[in-house]
Ligand binder design. Structure first.
Ligand SMILES: Nc1ncnc2c1ncn2[C@@H]1O[C@H](COP(=O)(O)OP(=O)(O)OP(=O)(O)O)[C@@H](O)[C@H]1O
Length: 334
């Protein structure tokens, strides 16, 4: 059963910016990764799902409800983690969460008709309060602090708790781990895994390969506002694709090899080495070429989500370049 449905969504901001004829669906219980670099259209898509933007064409639906028409209802039912959040700075974390609870008319966090004191664990607090207090403990969040005094990471953790506090069945998360330190990123990933086991449907935009790889069942690659690929995480493992790293004895051998039409992800003239991607055809082409050259070293590298992504984003794409990384990707992120 499809929980999230986007059909032919178009929002054209001009100069090729926006999203164009974008369609996708997310089945119940699936964690769907929406992967793309800065400016690809991730937030624009999410803003339509949250009913903040009106499409020029097409529609977005959650549980069959139009996200525009039923925006107010859906906002109370869905857990939304925005990429950026403007907090009321003078409030404490606790007051902000109370405010959000009222805004969502969150009955779940009430117990026996009385509101549960957020952040405190009364003996008979019930499941909803347990869940909420577990969130605070898990993310080591001190909600007695004023938001003004919180670090970037603490504000981000507050945003995470805000998205999850009402234990919603559907979560829309825009680059959820940005601003979290590596330990908290791990905590978050473990938490998403446990939420998946509880049957939640999760739409997660990201530019971090490891994060998407670790939790997503289905992955879409978004490029210039369009879906470039939409595949199951298992399908990726079954891809008949290989990555080779080859270094040559001489500059002449190196130069002769790079004249060939392979999908190079790195060319290093100093080291006289290359990294490239081949399918079965490419593999058959590669072997006789290499046999004519003086190869110093050859190794096969596992084909990853990052490599799959690079098939859709050219390696010479300026937007993806970083000087210190052979794929133009720093720390596994776009
Ligand atoms: N309100 C707007 N008016 C004009 N252009 C916009 C508007 N909102 C977004 N854009 C443009 O649309 C494109 C897609 O933006 P979007 O925020 O969806 O990208 P993104 O994939 O979320 O990027 P990031 O990873 O940087 O958050 C960008 O080029 C952006 O400048």
């Amino acid at each position: 059963m499809s929980v999230i449905d986007i059909r032919n969504l178009t929002k054209d901001y001009g100069k090729g910016r926006g999203v164009f004829d974008l369609s996708l669906h997310v089945d119940k219980g699936v964690c769907y990764g929406f992967l793309g670099p800065n400016g690809a259209g991730k937030t624009t898509t999410i803003r339509h799902l949250m009913g903040f933007s009106k499409p020029q064409k097409g529609e977005a639906e959650i549980w069959g409800m139009n996200c525009q028409k039923h925006g107010a209802e859906l906002k109370g039912m869905v857990g939304y983690l925005p990429g950026e959040i403007a907090f009321p700075k003078m409030m404490t974390g606790r007051r902000f969460l109370e405010y959000m609870r009222r805004l969502r008319r969150m009955e779940k966090i009430f117990h026996r008709g009385k509101p549960v004191n957020l952040g405190v664990e009364p003996e008979d607090a019930g499941d909803a309060a347990d869940y909420f207090n577990r969130l605070l403990r898990m993310f080591s969040l001190d909600i007695s602090m004023r938001i003004r005094d919180m670090s970037i990471g603490e504000k981000r953790k507050l945003a995470v708790v805000t998205a999850f506090m009402h234990d919603p069945d559907v979560l829309i998360l825009d680059e959820p781990t940005s601003g979290l330190d590596p330990v908290m990123q791990e905590v978050f990933i473990d938490f998403i895994r446990s939420e998946k086991k509880r049957g939640k449907t999760i739409f997660l935009s990201s530019h971090i390969f490891q994060e998407v790889d670790a939790v997503c069942d289905r992955i879409a690659i978004i490029k210039d506002g369009r879906i470039a690929a939409d595949f199951g995480a298992n399908e990726l493992k079954e891809q008949k694709q290989w990555i080779y790293k080859v270094s040559f004895e001489t500059e002449r051998d190196y130069s002769r090899f790079i004249e060939n039409d392979f999908l190079f992800t790195n060319q290093d003239p100093k080291q006289m080495s290359v990294r490239f991607m081949v399918d079965m055809n490419g593999l058959n082409r590669m072997l006789p070429i290499l046999s004519e050259l003086n190869v110093a070293d050859i190794s096969e590298i596992p084909y990853t989500l990052e490599d799959h992504f690079m098939k859709f984003y050219r390696v010479d794409d300026e937007a993806l370049k970083e000087p210190d990384n052979d794929l133009g990707i720093s720390g596994g992120a776009l």
